[in-house]
Design a protein around this ligand. Sequence first.
Ligand SMILES: *[C@@H]1O[C@H](CO)[C@@H](O)[C@H](O)[C@H]1NC(C)=O
Length: 219
Amino acid sequence: MPSLSNLVGLAAAAAASVSAAVLPRDGTASITPHEQYSSSVGVIGCHINTNRVAYWPSPVDCNNICVKLTYQGRSINVLKIDQSGGAFDISYDAWNQLLFNKPATVEPHQGGGTNVQWQYVDNSQCASLLHNGKLPLSASNSINYVASCLNQPNSWVAKNYELINLQDSVCHFGWDEVCKLNLSVSNQPTCPHTLGDPRKSGLTVYNIQYGTGKVVAAA
Ligand SMILES: *[C@@H]1O[C@H](CO)[C@@H](O)[C@H](O)[C@H]1NC(C)=O
């Protein structure tokens, strides 16, 4: 049996390895523009502001959803809800607004990476970008993510998620209705209509075309 001092040492080592694994909460990133909305965790695009999304290299977690970006004294907030292959992409309109202080629809710019300051902020600061302050997720396709967050019951997503009976992030298939989930009963959400019904919803998400600023329905 390990001695008390060994246990204390082990606990200290464990604490050190945990803090070593903690990702930075702010920094500088070279941001690039992103035209087409997507979400690796299945955030329902027709219920959020898709012009304010961050597509970043680190996995989407259950707490750090709201990122404040600052450039030359201007700030905007974006939702970190998609993982990129390595780029620090943000929605084209967010990129245009932050760097040039104009919406992409009004004065569309083009260009490469520009360094800006970033900082995780309290998710309440992104409330207006969300759906009544909640993170809307696909009832049929986001369950792995939701379950991983429910395993962290105090996480922000565990307390603020909402399941919508739409199959895809661009809202083309399913029903625009809220579902309930009780994992102690079933890992399948209960919805007013059939879960994952592939009917055409009549809804879509609009992207802003890079370079032209035209508003285009997502394919
Ligand atoms: C989930 O279901 C269990 C078993 O029926 C019940 O005891 C519990 O209150 C339910 N939880 C919620 C949040 O409804």
